[in-house]
Design a protein around this ligand. Structure first.
Ligand SMILES: NC(=O)C1=CN([C@@H]2O[C@H](COP(=O)(O)OP(=O)(O)OC[C@H]3O[C@@H](n4cnc5c(N)ncnc54)[C@H](OP(=O)(O)O)[C@@H]3O)[C@@H](O)[C@H]2O)[C@@H](O)CC1
Ligand SMILES: Nc1ncnc2c1ncn2[C@@H]1O[C@H](COP(=O)(O)OP(=O)(O)O)[C@@H](O)[C@H]1O
Length: 273
């Protein structure tokens, strides 16, 4: 039985890259985002919103015309054209069964670039063709789909399945739930900072955006230290949970409220650990 280390606020605080005076938008990290679809355009908006509020040099959003337009309406800071990126976030708000859409073709090109990549939603299965370090962010139902096992098996022992999935697939796994289990690079971490109010549509899309930003701003560490992706994934879950608490204040929350709470959450972590 693997021992999971509890990942807390002070751990997450050590995984936030603070820009210094030599930084520019490229040196801070550019996150390429291929998310959303005509069926689920909101997922793209939520992921981009969360990534920008987590802190990144630039978000490059690549997707269909309608989704791009919604993303830009909400976040004119996003750049909707191809160019240099340091990391990818792919798949939130896409359907794994639809391999014909524009996003899928873009994703195939992206995963061949050997850059650190977050795979979510309909892109989880793309881990197979990826050439760089990958972190996948399934919920229990999605991990069951990816591994081809009954969802009840995952529900019965999520920690064991997170480790098994990481070993079988050769990726870092962030298995989402009330407790989120992370396994990869030989470490096993658990984050349990979120209120149950977070069980609401779009929460996972925001988590993927937060993680995408952390990954894009730590690419040198990811290349040199094998445990980095796992530590960033657990840190994203902690930031997500703490921002949910801040947005909730004991009551219901919306995901845009959560995203709005992310900068204050990070500032609090940097002040107090
Ligand atoms: N605003 C937007 O644009 C939004 C877009 N979204 C996008 O939608 C896409 C589809 O994602 P989805 O997970 O919603 O797929 P969906 O077919 O419902 O689930 C498949 C089965 O899995 C299970 N299951 C689900 N959740 C579970 C959980 N947390 N924990 C455990 N089990 C869970 C459940 O199984 P059951 O309960 O029936 O056994 C269900 O039948 C994806 O790309 C996502 O990004 C969403 O983020 C919403 C907001
Ligand atoms: N009961 C709960 N308590 C705390 N967090 C939860 C709970 N249920 C779900 N979450 C969190 O909410 C998010 C749900 O993600 P996901 O199922 O992918 O949602 P969506 O697809 O709607 O974006 C995950 O980050 C998960 O950890």
């Amino acid at each position: 039985m693997t021992d999971f280390k509890a990942w807390a606020a002070d751990d997450a605080a050590r995984h936030i890259r603070i820009p210094d005076e030599s930084d520019d938008k490229y040196s801070r990290g550019v996150l390429g985002v291929i998310t959303g679809s005509d069926q689920y355009p909101g997922a793209a908006v939520l992921g981009v919103e969360a990534a920008l509020r987590t802190g990144v040099g630039m978000v490059r959003y690549l997707g269909g015309e309608r989704v791009s337009s919604l993303v830009l309406q909400r976040r004119p800071e996003a750049v909707a054209s191809e160019g240099r990126v340091q990391a990818w976030l792919i798949g939130s708000g896409t359907d794994h069964a639809n391999r014909e859409d524009a996003a899928h073709a873009l994703a195939a090109v992206a995963i061949a670039q050997a850059l650190p990549t977050v795979l979510d939603g309909g892109a989880l299965e793309l881990h197979d063709g990826a050439t760089g370090p990958v972190v996948i962010t399934p919920h229990y139902g999605e991990l069951a789909r990816v591994l081809g096992v009954p969802k009840d098996d995952i529900v019965a022992d999520p920690a064991v399945w997170a480790v098994r999935a990481s070993e079988e697939l050769g990726v870092t796994v962030l298995l989402k739930g009330h407790r989120s289990y992370v396994a990869g690079g030989g470490v096993a971490l658990v984050a349990a900072s979120a209120p149950n109010w977070l069980a609401t549509a779009g929460a996972g899309d925001a988590l993927a955006g937060i993680l995408g930003a952390l990954v894009a701003t730590h690419t040198a560490e990811i290349a040199s230290v094998e445990t980095t992706l796992a530590r960033l994934a657990a840190s994203a879950a902690v930031i997500h949970g703490l921002a949910a608490h801040r947005a909730s204040a004991g009551g219901p929350l919306t995901i845009l409220d959560l995203a709005e709470a992310v900068p204050g959450t990070i500032a609090g972590l940097l002040r107090h650990g």
